[in-house]
Design a protein around this ligand. Structure first.
Ligand code: ATP
Ligand code: MG
Length: 564
């Protein structure tokens, strides 16, 4: 578990907790929870909430529970539960033995509801869904009381029992809290507590045909777990009076404080489970773990570390106003983390054959190349050099413009870790005119990377030995959407998907040290970017690398039009 961070920046939530400790509001206890609904995979927005809840618990020597908020049978599944458990663990947090399920509280919740009916604070309402909506009123008009509002306690109790027993059709009755139909807060206008649903639940199967609503189930789940601080996102601000109302009406001793914070919004992606499910189901992406997805599974497959995500969450902090964080900040955190940990290796993504005419045929040299320029502890490996190499196509131009510093006819460059080479000739495809092979000579005196006569070159380029290098597939991932706010334009966010978010290169060559490398390993391909071995599709026979992030923020320089 990440250590309690004494220097964690103070924010308004921690200030509230400090105040509660000062005033002994919860006997100085701090108990939080992370309560995902298992109806999708976790995304980076959830990571913000996870880091906040577990981070606060660690900082104050308290506890944080993991609770599946599974009170709506639609769309919930064990697959999602498993993914959530795996993702929170992967992020580095530990709930010890405190994994809970709201569905385990169904019987208790039912008893609480019965209690509210008995004290005249809840009633069975038999209006239709449409009528309930009409009676609710609007922001400017008060609601109207349901004709069933003053039903006797006995009748409501009887009907509620029979709702549970499956005697009624869906939509015929609901259980409502009796609060105030004229409340300026619409949430308080006799909100629904239970509805009839003949839908099996992934854990309770067909045991229940009535299901509690979020507002009723959530505060009671928190109270049952003796949570002290129930941290949630801003959209629940209007629900806080209701949260308190249920707990007060039931006179529960454990009465957590709900605190709302601004949810994370990130540019160039969407952080809504509903949208993410659509992308998966429509096949716009390869699945929940597609490396372009903002899900933790996607980020992990892309090569992101939990440390990078935690550092991002710490950096953005928590605030009370909604805002959108620039995707470039997440990429920066990933890059910074990769820069420290990723061994440097050479890989050529779009190979161009180079023959060094004056290098003896059959001769092989091995260059000792350090894995990291600043960290000698990472060691080094041997990289073979021979007469025939591959370099990047883009590192050669037959007719270079003025500011092209790399290889060109009669031009000399340095090969990374090795000799100076000079282009003396090219071979072209007779049909297309395309350069298929570049001929060079090398200067044996420049083995150290410097010329004894002091002459300089403009560029150093990376390379691999043709014979020794290993074939690989490289998947170049980019941002999922081509506009900063894909949801702004309404429902056609799918139309803003970045058509260049994935480019697959199948003829790459990587240096031989990468043979048999473990899935998930991370590297910097020198001059190219940060990559990780795809944990799903890569094997000893077929190496597959995912680009985690580019070396620099190139995106800012590309105009919006070009990105489509
Ligand atoms: P979505 O809007 O994606 O469907 P949700 O809020 O319905 O998300 P839950 O599973 O209920 O998803 O979320 C679990 C917890 O994570 C909640 O406490 C919620 O407030 C928090 N959370 C969800 N999305 C974000 C976000 N973008 N930023 C911060 N916290 C979030
Ligand atoms: Mg929710």
């Amino acid at each position: 578990m990440p250590q309690a961070n004494a220097s964690a920046p103070a924010d308004f939530i921690r200030e509230i907790i400090d105040e509660h400790i000062r005033t002994n509001r919860f006997q100085s206890r701090v108990a939080t929870r992370f309560p995902p609904e298992p109806n999708g995979y976790l995304h980076i927005g959830h990571a913000k909430s996870i880091c906040l809840n577990f981070g606060i618990a660690a900082q104050y020597g308290g506890t944080c529970n993991l609770r599946m908020d599974d009170t709506d049978p639609t769309g919930e599944s064990q697959e999602y539960v498993d993914s959530i458990i795996g993702d929170v663990k992967w992020l580095g947090f530990d709930w010890e033995d405190r994994l809970y399920y709201a569905s385990d509280y169904y019987e208790k919740l039912y008893q609480f509801a019965v209690q509210l009916i008995k004290i005249g604070k809840a009633y069975v309402c038999s209006l239709s869904a449409n009528e309930i909506r009409e009676y609710r009123g609007t922001l400017t008009e008060p609601g109207k009381e349901s004709p069933f509002r003053n039903r006797s306690v006995e009748e409501s109790l009887d009907l509620f029992k029979r709702m549970r027993a499956g005697e009624f059709k869906e939509g015929t009755h609901v259980l409502r809290a009796k609060i105030d139909m004229a409340s300026p807060n619409i949430t308080m206008r006799d909100p629904i507590m239970y509805r009839i649903r003949y839908e099996p639940h992934y854990r309770t199967n067909n045991k229940w045909c009535i299901y509690p609503m979020y507002d009723f189930a959530h505060c009671l789940s928190d109270s049952l777990e003796k949570i002290t601080h129930s941290i949630c996102t801003l959209e629940f601000e209007n629900n806080r009076p209701l949260y308190d109302w249920f707990l007060d009406a039931l006179e529960l001793e454990s009465h957590p404080q709900q605190i709302e914070f601004a949810r994370l919004n990130l540019s160039y992606t969407v952080l809504s489970k509903r949208r993410l499910i659509e992308l998966v189901e429509n096949g716009n992406v390869g699945g929940w773990d597609d490396p372009r997805m903002p899900t933790l599974a996607g980020l992990r497959r892309r090569g992101c570390t939990p440390e990078a995500i935690r550092s991002f969450c710490e950096r953005i902090g928590v605030a009370k106003n909604d805002s959108t964080i620039d995707m470039a900040l997440l990429e920066y955190c990933i890059r910074e983390d990769m820069n420290e940990r990723a061994p440097r290796v050479m890989a050529v993504l779009r190979p161009l054959r180079v023959v060094i005419d004056n290098y003896p045929e059959g001769q092989i040299e091995e260059f000792d190349c350090p894995y990291h320029p600043q960290n000698a502890d990472m060691g080094s490996r041997k990289v073979p050099f021979s007469r025939i190499l591959y370099i990047e196509q883009e590192d050669f131009m037959e007719k270079p413009p003025k500011k092209f510093y790399r290889l060109a006819p009669d031009k000399e460059v340095r090969l990374r870790y090795g000799y100076f080479v000079k282009c003396v000739n090219v071979v072209k495809d007779p049909n297309t005119g395309e350069v298929t092979e570049v001929h060079c000579t090398y200067d044996p005196e420049t083995r150290s990377g410097f010329a004894p006569d002091g002459r300089k070159v403009d560029a150093t380029i990376h390379w691999v030995s043709a014979e020794h290098s290993v074939p690989a597939e490289v998947r170049l991932y980019d941002r999922l959407f081509s506009v900063a706010n894909p949801l702004e334009a309404g429902s056609d966010y799918v139309g803003h998907l970045n058509s260049k978010s994935l480019e697959i290169l199948r003829t790459c060559r990587v240096e031989p040290s990468l043979k048999g490398v473990a899935p998930g390993s991370r590297f910097q391909f020198e001059r190219v970017g940060y990559f990780c071995v795809d944990p799903v599709d890569s094997s000893d026979q077929d190496l597959v690398f995912n680009r985690t992030v580019t070396l620099r923020d190139t995106w800012a320089k590309i105009s919006e039009k070009e990105r489509r």
